[in-house]
Ligand binder design. Structure first.
Ligand code: OAD
Ligand code: ZN
Length: 248
C-alpha cells in the first residue's frame, strides 16, 4: 500500500491507470459530497441523524409509508438542486475517452448519469425510480413526490426502487457487475466507507484475481490495507489531478 501525498505516488497511480487493460470504478456517497449531498456515515452523515431501520427497510415502509416517503421526497428535493462535481465529470470524461470501461455506484442520486457517464451500474437503485409493492409496475418520478404515489395498475403503494436494508441486489445488475469485475485489472474505489456488502467486496474480487486497486478517500477504510495506492483527499480534487497527469 502506498499513501499518496507525494507527487511521485500520483504519477505512479496515473501510470497504473494509463497502462491498464480494463479500468473500472466503484463509487460511494463521498463522490457526491462536494456536490453538497450528505454521505451516510461520516460527520453530518444521514445515518448519524436518521434511523435507517425506520426509513430504509421494507418493514419500515409497511409500518409508516408516509414517513418513508417524506424522507425520500426530502432527499429528492435536495438532489434536484445539486449538480455533478469535478469527480463525476472526470469519470465521465475518462469513459468517453475509452480509459474507463464502466462505473459501479452505490449512489442513488443519479449524478454520474447527469455528468454523462453511460455504462453505469446503480447497484443500490435510483432515487427517482418507482416500483409497486404488489404488482410488477415500474415508473419514474420527474419531481419530488408530494404524497405517497399509488400504482396506476393495482392501486397499491408505490415505493422508491432502491435497495433497502435486508434486501438483495437485483440479480441482473449483479450478473453485469460480476462480468465487469472478471475483466478488470485496475479498480478505482472512490468515496466509499467499504462497509456495506456486497459492494464492499467488489474490489477484493479484483485484487484476488491479480488486479490492482487505487483508493480515493479523505480517510482510511477497511479496504485501505489491500490497495496499491491510497490517494488521500476529496475526490473532486484528486480525480482532476490524476487527469492532468494522464494528459501529460
Ligand atoms: P458512507 O457514508 O458509508 O461513506 C462515505 C465515504 O466517503 C467515507 O469513507 C468518507 O471518508 C468518504 N468521503 C467523504 N467525503 C469525501 C470526498 N469529498 N472525497 C472522497 N471521499 C469522501 O457512504 P457509502 O460507502 O456510499 O446504502 O455507503 C454505502 C451504502 O450505505 C449506501 O449506498 C447506502 C448506505 O446505507 C443504501 O442505501 C442501500
Ligand atoms: Zn401495482
Amino acid at each position: 500500500m502506498v499513501f499518496a501525498l507525494s507527487h511521485d505516488a500520483f504519477v505512479e497511480a496515473a501510470r497504473m491507470i494509463s497502462e491498464a487493460r480494463y479500468v473500472i470504478a466503484l463509487t460511494g456517497s463521498g463522490v457526491s459530497k462536494e456536490s453538497n449531498i450528505p454521505t451516510f456515515r461520516g460527520k453530518d452523515g444521514l445515518w448519524r441523524n436518521y434511523d435507517a431501520m425506520e426509513l430504509a427497510t421494507p418493514t419500515a415502509f409497511a409500518r409508516n409509508p408516509q414517513l418513508v416517503w417524506e424522507w425520500y421526497s426530502w432527499r429528492q428535493g435536495l438532489i434536484s438542486e445539486c449538480s455533478p462535481n469535478p469527480a463525476h465529470l472526470t469519470l465521465a470524461k475518462w469513459e468517453a475517452s475509452g480509459l474507463l470501461k464502466s462505473l459501479i455506484t452505490q449512489n442513488v442520486d443519479g449524478l454520474h448519469v447527469r455528468a454523462g457517464s453511460k455504462n453505469v451500474q446503480e447497484v443500490h437503485g435510483d432515487l427517482w425510480a418507482l416500483k409497486c409493492t404488489s404488482c410488477t409496475h415500474r415508473s419514474r418520478l420527474s419531481s419530488p413526490a408530494s404524497s405517497i404515489p399509488s400504482c396506476p395498475d393495482c392501486g397499491s403503494h408505490l415505493r422508491p426502487d432502491v435497495v433497502w436494508f435486508g434486501e438483495s441486489l437485483d440479480p441482473t445488475v449483479m450478473a453485469s457487475v460480476s462480468q465487469e469485475l472478471e475483466k478488470t485489472d485496475v479498480c478505482l474505489v472512490i468515496g466509499t466507507s467499504a462497509l456495506v456488502q456486497p459492494a464492499a467486496s467488489f474490489p477484493l474480487v479484483v485484487s484476488k484475481q491479480g488486479g490492482s486497486l487505487i483508493e480515493v478517500n479523505i480517510e482510511q477504510t477497511p479496504l485501505t490495507q489491500f490497495v496499491n495506492f491510497h490517494l488521500s483527499g476529496p475526490a473532486g480534487q484528486i480525480l482532476p489531478r490524476l487527469d492532468e497527469l494522464l494528459e501529460t
